[in-house]
Design a protein. Sequence first.
Length: 158
Amino acid sequence: MTPRSRPSPPEPEPTAARRAVSPPDPRIETVTGHDVDTLWAHRDRGILDETHAELVDRHRELAQAETGVTFYRTLLHRLSSREFPVDAALFERIDRTVDHLEAAAASRDAAMRRVLDALEPIEAAAQSAPSGGEAQITAADQAALLAIAAAPSSTSIS
């Protein structure tokens, strides 16, 4: 009797890289009407206008800076977790890590200011936009309509 082999589990679906959540995310989502991940995807596909593309670019910088802060915070926690002997080398590593954490936090704070600066004109435009019952077309919908209009037609009218 030969043992049956079990089928291997299916390969997991590729997932998007996780990004750090930042404090201005709710403001961005409110003013744009899209979640940040969708805005990132739209930026990658090139369907955002210049103002929104600038906001997404600054937001990516902020997410990267936030990741740096998280890295050094986690390292500092690990260094202080009784894993290493308390000696001069540990104190040197802790000092270096605190210096790196301070620099990462300053970089994050500067990136936050750039995001807020990029967000201001979008918020101002949203406040001054007419609030009539007319629905505005999103950049994604506009791009889809343009693609449909540019596609060659398979039927011809004679």
